[in-house]
Design a protein around this ligand. Structure first.
Ligand SMILES: [Zn+2]
Length: 201
């Protein structure tokens, strides 16, 4: 069952959506090689050290890309989440530059984001990257398959934990600044709010 916005897509984008929906996993051969990065990321977040968080996030995302044979994304960790009309921005993927941006502090209290939320956001943006760089899709839609791929990365990298936490997150795609971007914020559900637009800018 596709999300409700499927009906509003062009035929071309429906084809992209269906291709995205059909892939439910990103297999990571030797995922265990990357698992030592997870505690480094957790500890860096606990210490609130932006550079160390960014370094660990880069190693993780580049490592995943390498294991799949995709080109590496750029990864930036920034300080306080920007404000949006309906919440705050958690993460952003910019297609043209292959850049993942994630924010380490909440807007309201300037607190460091919970580890699992941070990791899920990072892997969510990485899944956008892999849609283009690995699956060779010309757009990256939030489909059931997309969320399953995101979860498959999480499970392989953090095998012992469940993956409840980001189900509540809102996923929106916006077009801004001359390139297609995928941004993540909270407080709504993908099937209601998903404003995913097709094609490159
Ligand atoms: Zn997204």
């Amino acid at each position: 069952m596709p999300f409700a916005y499927y009906d509003r897509l062009s035929e071309t984008n429906k084809r992209i959506y269906r291709r995205s929906d059909a892939v439910t996993e990103i297999p990571l051969p030797d995922a265990e090689r990357l698992r030592p990065v997870i505690p480094l990321l957790r500890e860096a977040l606990a210490r609130e050290e932006r550079r160390a968080i960014e370094a660990a996030a880069q190693i993780l995302c580049r490592g995943v890309a390498e294991l799949t044979g995709a080109r590496a994304p750029q990864v930036q960790v920034l300080a306080v989440r920007p404000e949006l009309r309906f919440g705050e921005l958690h993460g952003l993927y910019t297609v043209d530059s292959g850049r993942i941006q994630v924010w380490m502090r909440t807007l309201r209290h300037r607190r460091v984001v919970a580890f699992r939320t941070f990791l899920r956001t990072l892997l969510h943006e990485l899944t956008h990257h892999l849609d283009y760089a690995l699956l060779k899709l010309s757009d990256s839609f939030h489909t059931e398959g997309f969320f399953k791929r995101e979860s498959s990365l999480f499970r392989q990298l953090v095998p012992e934990t469940d993956d409840e936490s980001t189900r509540k997150s809102r996923r929106v795609s916006i077009r801004a600044g001359g390139g297609l971007r995928h941004d993540e914020s909270k407080d709504a559900r993908p099937r209601r709010r998903g404003r995913t637009q097709g094609g490159r800018a």
